[in-house]
Every structure is written in structure tokens, then in C-alpha cells.
Design a protein around this ligand. Sequence first.
Ligand code: Q46
Ligand code: ZN
Length: 299
Amino acid sequence: MRCRRCKDKAVIYIERHNAAFCENCFLHYYYNQVDKNIKREKMFKKGEKILVVVSGGKDSMALWDVLNKNGYDVTAMYINLGIGDYSNRSQEIVENYAEERKLPLIIKNIKKEYGLEIGKISKKLKRSPCSICGTIKRYLFNKVALDGGFTTVATGHNLDDEAATLLGNTLNWQEGYLARQAPVLPSTHPKLVKKVKPLFTLTERENLSYILFNGIKFIHDECPHAVGASSILYKEVLNKLEEKSPGTKQRFLINFLEKGRKHFQDVREELDLKECKICGQVTTTEICSFCRLVEISHS
Ligand code: Q46
Ligand code: ZN
């Protein structure tokens, strides 16, 4: 098979675009896709301070790399969640990447800085580790961005993630979540920072290829808590559909964003936002859910 752009020998075929590329032209396609997403969705501009959240996995490492190469002002943030060997190894990968390229990196450690242990809290509250983890991550994304003067938080969510989330929200008719699912979550309060997903049209496979072609190291394992998550089942189902009908995932997501999402706008609740009495971050209750976790873990 020949490369669509330069007619050299192709190394990757992207079925949903019916396009094959050699390594160089794939990278050209990838840079363009990300830049197009950033501009079309008005995510951010050159010169703005962007906080990119990295886990050491292929998607966030690809995002960090491509934003730097495309000339954006990017600082990375890694959160050590205290998930055993998985956290230690992923931190090392992220630190090495930053060090080798002399890039700015912020490291947060939830146990050392806040005394938080996901496993312990999860048992105490009988809540899944992922729901505790989600609360902690959402809080720190916003807090670190706000304190550091960043205009935007960027995450490495890809097309597979977004289509699986959409499938889950649709199967359960989660109207509120459907109203909010978008590649850009604008700020709704002066203390809430905008969140964006520049890789929302690129698949896991494309991010992996980008990482491999660039020789970037990443953590291959999934977080041990991800085992059995319903999002994995949704991804498997969507992969089966994609096999039979290439382009299904992209059509499902993009058509929802263009045609479906607007029908859920009425269900957006007007939240009564206030500032947490302990930390001052935005919340709907007197004390934010993060500060409550800190209190519980010390009780
Ligand atoms: S890190 Fe956290 Fe994920 Fe691990 S505990 Fe669950 S939410 S699976 S993206
Ligand atoms: Zn608080």
C-alpha cells in the first residue's frame, strides 16, 4: 500500500479515512488534526499558558509532545495517586521525558501533600476507587491551573474514550452528562478553568502510532483499578462495530456533538456555585468534596 500524500511505502492504514500514510506523512496528518481541533473548537491560542495533565500513558504523552512541537506554551502536571508500582513507574516515565527535553513539569502527590489514600477512603466510604480518584483529579486539575495562572487545562481523552463515554451516557440516558459532553468545557465561574480535549478525533491506535514513531516511552499497563470498568466493555462493543463498519465511532461522536447534544441543553441544571469554606475552590456545597475526603481520611 502507498502513502496517500507522498506515494512512498505506507506503514499505517486509517480505515475510517480510507487513507494510508508513511511515517513522516502520518506525523504530518497527526499534527494537522490536533491543530485543526484546537482552532476549530477555539480551545486556546499560541501564547496562552496551558496546563496539560499527563499520566504517563500513550494518550497524554502524545498530547504533551504534540502541543510542544506545535509551539504552544505548555506545562505538564502529573498526579501521583499512590497506586503502588503503577504510580511510581508512571511518574518516572513522565519525569524522564521532561528532564530529557528540559520541559516544565509540576508533580503532585496526594498522599504526601494531603494524606489521601484512594484504597483506604474507598473502603471506608464503600465507594469505587475510580469515583474517589475522579473527585481528587478534577479538584487538582482546577486548583493547580488556577493557582498557576493557566487559562486552560488540556487532557488526553481520545476518540475511543469519548465514544465509550457517550455510549455509556446514552445507554443510561444520563441527560445531564449528555448535555455536558463536549471537547471544550467552558469556564462557568471566575475560579473554574476551561477544560479541553485536543485529541478527541484521534483514536487510541493513532496516539500509539504517534508515540512509537517518535520513540517516546510510556507506561503500557492500565491502572489496576481500571479492570472491570464498564468503559472497557463499551470500548470492546464499539471496536466490534468499527470492524464491521469503519467510521462508526467517529460518526457516533461527531454527529452527537453536531446534531444530538443541543437537544439536551434544557436539562442543564443551573448550579448554585459557591466557594468552599475550607479551601476557597468552587463547589455546590458548604465544604467541597475534596476537603471532605481530606477530613474523612484523617478521622
Ligand atoms: S487512574 Fe483513577 Fe483511572 Fe485508576 S483509579 Fe480509576 S480513575 S482507573 S483514569
Ligand atoms: Zn475545599
